[in-house]
Structures are given as structure tokens and as C-alpha cells.
Design a protein around this ligand. Structure first.
Ligand code: UN1
Length: 481
């Protein structure tokens, strides 16, 4: 069976302790054995990143540009292979995996350019004769902790700005999806990174994650995952021996509002796409469909038809729209939420377990009807192909319900009325707002992030990423003899 070692200080390090990874579309298919780093290996990785920092922080931005661009081009050249690797380990349908791999390549080429654009300011001092400069320097050694639902895009959009702005990296991918992460590290390394600039440490949060969080040699942590883990990450960053800069991307309970005047086909397509594509395993997924009374019956009717047209199946089959749930415990959690919803008085359509040729975690998309925003199913993130329809009287109630949540990542409205569209854009309490569009699936070059319990710290992606991956220096230069 193929063995995948960790990567520390420019060396591939195998380990006797390795985790087997399986394909969620076919549990008899073992993808490989992935080395588990112990605390000492993580310390070595952090040490390597520390030693490599001065040289990389002072390297020519042209070198950083060239490495990122070469990696981007290799990803594009090997796009079909990487798409297959991603679908096989995560269960994402091939169309979505192809898009994600493409996005990773685009992120790398965007930050290749950004490496050359990190300019400072020459400022006016209030004191005559004094020169003032505001410049940006690398944040330092960055710990990057990524989730399983975007196995290559999220690592790319954290690692690319880290490297572009001169940081060195200790990278812990999610245990369920180490293969795409491993490929990305291998591609970046061969694109010309000096040893120690990028280190890969695979394994559990309890061992690898905590070794990174408790280190006094790590300057900053970028994390995407659950709110509960996010709180632990933030607390460790503040209470640990060395305070670390921290950026968290967490959950969502994202609303899509559908008003009476919406185009029905557009609204149904936006809902089906945002709620069920990628098996609903996106922090931007639409899990609350807030629909005004005049269109509600037609919308529900048409959405149910659309759901029955979606092909749920093996993630390696190009016909598949929706792949399996990522693993058994997530599947159990999704199913238990269906029971929670029933007990709370909602009606469930769909959500059946499905048998396919191979043994996988296949589940039909599920929709709660007669839901209210007070129910747990409308307050807690389920993270599966499950959404709920909440009927409301009018636009004002729709907006109030949309914002009545602990989260604030993505928020959308389907309407042809410019007055409501503009009002919603201004008043949705979210970091991302969409009008007549799916509310998941964002551009790679624009800022990404949310409010409330969805995000903490500076935005990710696009030029805004520099806020987290650099630290500002203000210099005052007086007269010389
Ligand atoms: C998207 O919808 O395009 O974990 C991005 C997540 C998010 C990324 C979503 N951080 O689902």
C-alpha cells in the first residue's frame, strides 16, 4: 500500500505510526497509509520553519512569485489527476472537485502576483524633518490547520499568502483528507521552496494541532473548522506561552431569502445548489430557506422536484451531482438531526439512506418543511445535505429571521425588486451577501469571511489576506550628521 510520509525541514519522514485512509464512496477502497506525526516531529517542523524564516522573509519577491506560479501551473497540468484524488478521499462530486482544484491553482497564481505588490507607504510625520514609513513584514512562523471539506482549496488559500508575504509554514491538514494536502506540499516543494519553508505534519488535533498551538516558536495560527475547536484554538493562542496572532473561519447557518416576486427557477436553482451541492458540507451552505407566503408552495413543490433530479452516487462517477457524506460519524450526525427536526415538529422530505453498487455513506438530500427559526435544526450547523424551509409573511420578517442566528457568514436573497435587494445588501448581518445567486462558491481573489461566530480575525483571500499574514511596522527616521 502507498505510504505517505510527513515533510519536515526538506526531508520526507516516514513513521511506523500511520493512519489508513478510506474512500467514502467505497469503504473497501484504501487510499493509502499516512504517517502520523508525534509531538517531537511537530517540534522539529516548527524548528525547521523558524530556521528557514530569515532567508525566506528576505528572499526576492521574484523568487516567491516564481515558486507560486510554477506550483499553480503544475496543478493545472495535473488537474484531472488531482480532481480524482480529491473526489476519492473527500467524496466531492467530480464537477465540484474539478472546480476546487482549479480554484487552488488560481489562488496560487493570484498570490504569485501579490508577492510583487507588497508596497509600503511613505508617510508625513507631524514632526518636521522626520521621515516616516509604514511597511509590512512577514508575520513569522505560521501554523495552518485546515478542515476536510475543501482538501486542496483551503490549504492553498492559506499557504499561498503565507509564502507570498515571506512567512514559513507548519501545515496540519484534516485527518480525513491528507492526500490532496500531501500533493499540494509535494508540488510546492518541487516548484523551488527552500528547505524548511513549508512543513507538513499529519495526524490528530489532539497531538499535532495542540503541539502547534502550545509552541512558543509559532507566531500566528490560521484555522478553519468548527466553532468549538475555533474557541479552543483562540484560547490557546492567547493563553499560551507566546501570544499568537489568530484567524478563524468557522460555521454558518446561512439564510437564503426568497421573496414573492423572485424568479421561481432562479430561486430553486440557488437553493438546490447552495443547500445540497458538495453534499451540503460547506460553511457557506444555505441551511435556512426563508420564503414569503405568496411563493412558498410553488417554491417547495419545484424544489422537491429538483431534489429528486439530483444524482447521488459515487464521487468518481462524472454523472454524480452529490457524492457521499464524508464519513460514518458525519452521516450519523446528519440522520440524528433528521430525528431532532421530527421531534421538534418539522416534516422531513428526502434524507433516506441510499444503496449503491459500492458501500458508501450515501444519503438523499433532505428538506425540513414547517420549520421555525426557534428549532435546533434552524440554529445549529448540521453540515450535511439538509436544509429547512421557514415560511414568513413579508420582507421585513424575512430579514429579521435571516439575521436571527449566532452565525454571520453568507446570506442571500432572490428578488427582482431593487429596493429589497439594496436594503438586504446593507442590512444582512453577514460577511458575504448574494442577490439572485447561490450563496456558496465564491471568487478566489476577493475577501472571504463573516461575522459573529462564523469568523474571528482578519479576512482571508485576495489582497485582504495580507492583514493576517503580515505585521505592520511604522518607522521614524531622524536627521543624520
Ligand atoms: C465557498 O463556498 O466557495 O469551509 C467557500 C468552508 C468555507 C469555504 C467555502 N471556509 O466551507
Amino acid at each position: 500500500m502507498t505510504q505517505f510520509p510527513n515533510f519536515v525541514g526538506g526531508q520526507w519522514l516516514s513513521s511506523d505510526d500511520a493512519a489508513e485512509n478510506r474512500n467514502p464512496s467505497d469503504k473497501s477502497d484504501v487510499i493509502g497509509l499516512f504517517a502520523k506525526a508525534d509531538a517531537e516531529t511537530v517540534r522539529d517542523a516548527i524548528g525547521a520553519a523558524r530556521s528557514a524564516l530569515p532567508e525566506w522573509a528576505n528572499a526576492s519577491p521574484q523568487l516567491r512569485h516564481d515558486v507560486l506560479l510554477a506550483a499553480s501551473m503544475e496543478i493545472l497540468q495535473r488537474r484531472d489527476e488531482l480532481t480524482q484524488i480529491l473526489s476519492r478521499e473527500e467524496g466531492k462530486a467530480p464537477k465540484d472537485s474539478f472546480g476546487e482544484v482549479t480554484r487552488a491553482a488560481h489562488v496560487l497564481s493570484f498570490f504569485a502576483g501579490e508577492a510583487l505588490r507588497l508596497n509600503g507607504e511613505f508617510a508625513t510625520s507631524t514632526r518636521p524633518g522626520i521621515e516616516a514609513h509604514v511597511t509590512r513584514e512577514p508575520a513569522g512562523v505560521v501554523g495552518i490547520i485546515t478542515p476536510w471539506n475543501f482538501p486542496i482549496a483551503i490549504p492553498a488559500w492559506k499557504i499561498a499568502p503565507a509564502l507570498a508575504y515571506g512567512n514559513t509554514v507548519v501545515f496540519k491538514p484534516a485527518g480525513l483528507v491528507p492526500h490532496s494536502a500531501w500533493m499540494l506540499v509535494d508540488i510546492l516543494q518541487r516548484a523551488g521552496l527552500p528547505n524548511g519553508v513549508l512543513n507538513l505534519v499529519m495526524g490528530s488535533g489532539g497531538v499535532v494541532g495542540d503541539a502547534i498551538l502550545s509552541s512558543d516558536a509559532v507566531d500566528a495560527i490560521s484555522f478553519t473548522g468548527s466553532v468549538a475547536t475555533g474557541r479552543h484554538v483562540a484560547a490557546s493562542c492567547i493563553q499560551g506561552p507566546r501570544m499568537k496572532k489568530v484567524q478563524l473561519e468557522m460555521g454558518g447557518k446561512n439564510p437564503l431569502v426568497v421573496l414573492d416576486d423572485a424568479n421561481l427557477e432562479t430561486a430553486v436553482e440557488c437553493a438546490a445548489n447552495s443547500a445540497f451541492y458538495s453534499t451540503g458540507q460547506r460553511c457557506t451552505a444555505a441551511s435556512r430557506l426563508i420564503v414569503t407566503e405568496g411563493i412558498a408552495d410553488r417554491f417547495v413543490d419545484r424544489l422537491q422536484t429538483r431534489m429528486s433530479e439530483l444524482t447521488v452516487g459515487n464521487a468518481l462517477d462524472p454523472q454524480t451531482d452529490i457524492g457521499p457524506v464524508v464519513d460514518e460519524s458525519q452521516l450519523e450526525s446528519n440522520l440524528s438531526y433528521l430525528d431532532v427536526g421530527r421531534e421538534e415538529g418539522a416534516r422531513v422530505v428526502g434524507g433516506e439512506l441510499l444503496n449503491r453498487e459500492t458501500q458508501g455513506n450515501f444519503m438523499a438530500p433532505a428538506l425540513f418543511l414547517e420549520a421555525t427559526n426557534r428549532m435546533r435544526i434552524c440554529r445549529e450547523e448540521i453540515f450535511g445535505p439538509v436544509s429547512a424551509v421557514i415560511k414568513v409573511r413579508d420582507y421585513d420578517e424575512a430579514l429579521a429571521v435571516a439575521n436571527d442566528t449566532e452565525y454571520g457568514l453568507s446570506s442571500g436573497i432572490c428578488t427582482n425588486n431593487l429596493k429589497y435587494a439594496r436594503h438586504y445588501r446593507r442590512n444582512a448581518a453577514a460577511g458575504l451577501v448574494f442577490v439572485n445567486l447561490p450563496i456558496a462558491g465564491v471568487d478566489h481573489h476577493l475577501p472571504f469571511g463573516g461575522r459573529k461566530n462564523s469568523s474571528y480575525g482578519p479576512r482571508e483571500q485576495g489582497a485582504y489576506a495580507r492583514e493576517f499574514y503580515t505585521t505592520v511596522k511604522t518607522a521614524y527616521i531622524g536627521d543624520m550628521e
